[in-house]
Ligand binder design. Structure first.
Ligand SMILES: [Zn+2]
Length: 169
């Protein structure tokens, strides 16, 4: 069952998300994130070009402005709440590739998949462009990248953040 958008979208998403295949709650902030383990997709917005230097790579990669989707998993203490909460905090020591994006851009929120698998989410998002091959997937032998671009108007396989399920605030 899919809810019908009644609010006016602030962004032009004129094409309806016709192919929503998986339900996932979208969390715009850390308040209602579940403490269990699982996987998540971060929605990161870059308002400007972001030059990146990555450990183990030579040269600078420049990401264009736009929306990005990062697939990750949380199996440590505090689960999804701790991990995604960290991604949402702009002030942190750089530890992972994705930290460059979450500090250089804005984390608009995250879809959470309790008991989910990050590589399964990458598979679900097949068709989205890969901006940096191998980004975040160095210890995963199968995915082309755990970071994907989300071009404007491209339908997602799960609920659109502009039509969020009610979040607990
Ligand atoms: Zn993977």
């Amino acid at each position: 069952m899919r809810s019908v958008a009644t609010a006016i979208d602030p962004v032009d998403h004129s094409s309806p998300a016709a192919s929503v295949a998986v339900h996932a709650d979208f969390h715009a902030d850390a308040t209602g994130l579940p403490a269990g383990t699982g996987a998540y997709v971060l929605l990161i917005r870059l308002s400007d070009r972001l030059p990146l230097t990555l450990a183990g790579r030579s040269g600078v990669i420049t990401l264009p402005p736009g929306n990005y989707l990062y697939c990750g998993s949380a199996h440590g203490p505090g689960g999804i709440k701790a991990r995604v909460g960290r991604h949402m905090r702009p002030d942190k020591a750089i530890r992972w590739h994705v930290d460059r994006l979450t500090t250089g851009g804005t984390v608009a929120g995250a879809w959470v998949f309790p008991d989910g698998d990050e590589c399964g989410l990458v598979t679900l998002l097949a068709g989205m462009p890969v901006p940096v091959p191998g980004f975040g997937s160095s210890d995963c032998g199968t995915c082309p990248s755990h970071l994907l671009s989300w071009p404007d108007g491209m339908p997602l396989p799960f609920s659109d953040p502009l039509v969020p399920a009610s979040t607990h605030r």
